[in-house]
Design a protein around this ligand. Structure first.
Ligand code: PLP
Length: 390
């Protein structure tokens, strides 16, 4: 059997038609496959590879840490320098109330941990979440996900979760004295890149303050410079009580985090003790890799160039088949007539060496979310290929 058949036979499938490229190498903005073909990567591992694939600084940090130690003990019991240093680096770049990091393995686990923490802080259980939101696929995270098609098959889910439209009055009106937390993506990614109205976000913060609800911003996809600022919430000057990080957090290694105040986080140490447990969360190699990636992101000024690159894509991507482009930095949704047109365009792009995708709740849109250090020449080539395929 060839590798493709083995992949279909032995690796659990979640799609009837996986893209199925056999990747042999990934460097910078490029993927290479077993047939010797090269693709410009317009997805970056779904907003993971913000400084490109296999950045030499990240690989060096991984090797250095791997030479010292791998897993040594479950989370929180022994001091592991990569965790400590990375938590310090991240919190140095966050507002003062977000000064304590709980590292997890994934984004979904960060969502789970944050919901548990909000319940402990408030002693309440209800949650207000947004339609067309995505916070992960585990049962708690699935309960707050904003789409009935994906939720329904897995009921019963967590009770007391109320979904309303992002940017709507109904959403704010649903927050009341029973609400433990409000969870939103600071900028909705899978909905097709939807930004919050600044006044709405401020009213949301005010309503949480009034009712004592914990405000959670999911920056798993929009953090680490993706939208042109280090954090998405910096565009709006509204600060959450808990922030969720993942994806680019690990520099290509698995890592998630929920971050709150030191005072809030103490809730997980008492009654019960060990209020949130993970064996591998904050793995030392993942933390070393993530810290190296964040250092590159900051030192090379990559975030400062995101807005100009967004603009360049928009200038080139003018075509009668493109109905609109929603964008927040290098998180862009190119809207076509329908999902069939998106799928046929994506497969033509693949033939011409361009790798892209659609959005979970916006299948009529093509995703543009490349490594943030994509060059202007690579942008021009990618956009020209996309236009030719339309
Ligand atoms: N939150 C957002 C906004 C995401 O985009 C994702 C993943 O796509 C998650 C949470 C879940 O992260 P993970 O897949 O690491 O569990």
């Amino acid at each position: 059997m060839n590798t493709r058949s083995l992949f279909l036979q032995h690796v659990a499938q979640t799609s009837p038609a996986p893209i199925g490229l056999h990747i042999t190498e990934a460097k910078g903005c490029y993927l290479h496959d077993a047939d010797g073909r090269k693709y410009i990567d317009l997805i970056g591992g779904i907003s993971v590879c913000n400084i490109g694939h296999s950045h030499p600084e990240v690989i060096a940090a991984i090797k250095e840490q791997a030479d010292k130690y791998l897993h040594v003990m479950v989370y929180g019991e022994v001091i592991q320098s990569p965790q400590v240093q990375y938590a310090k680096m991240i919190t140095d770049h966050l507002p003062a109330n977000l000064n304590c990091v709980y590292f997890t393995n994934s984004g979904a686990e960060a969502t789970e941990g944050a919901i548990k923490l909000a319940r402990r802080i408030t002693g309440k259980t209800d949650i207000v979440a947004a339609n067309k939101s995505y916070h992960g696929a585990t049962l708690g995270a699935l309960s707050v996900m904003g789409d009935e098609y994906w939720r329904n098959a897995f009921r019963p889910l967590m009770p007391g979760v109320w979904h309303h439209n992002y940017n709507s009055d109904a959403f704010i009106n649903a927050i009341n004295e029973k609400t433990a937390c409000v969870i939103i993506e600071t900028i909705q990614a899978e909905a097709g890149v939807i930004k919050p109205h600044i006044e709405w976000l401020k009213r949301l913060r005010g309503k949480c303050n009034e009712t004592g609800a914990v405000l959670i911003f999911d920056e798993i996809q929009c953090g680490f410079g993706r939208t042109g600022k280090l954090w998405g919430f910096e565009h709006f000057n509204v600060i959450p009580d808990i922030i969720l990080l993942g994806k680019a957090l690990g520099g290509g290694m698995p890592l998630g985090a929920f971050i709150s105040s030191h005072e809030n986080m103490w809730q997980l140490t008492d009654n019960p003790v060990l209020g949130h447990i993970t064996t591998f969360g904050g793995h030392p190699v993942s933390c070393a890799a993530g810290m190296a990636a964040m250092q590159v992101l900051l030192e090379e000024g990559i975030v400062n160039e995101v807005a100009a690159k967004e603009q360049l894509f928009k200038e080139i991507l003018v075509h009668p088949a493109i109905k609109s482009i929603n964008s927040a930095g290098l998180l862009m949704a190119v809207e076509l007539e329908n999902s069939e047109k998106v799928l046929s365009t994506l497969s033509k792009c693949l033939e011409k060496g361009l790798f892209s995708d659609w959005f979970l709740f916006a299948p009529h849109c093509i995703r543009i979310a490349p490594p943030l250090n994509i060059s202007k020449e690579e942008i021009a080539t990618a956009a020209d290929i996309l236009k030719a395929c339309l």
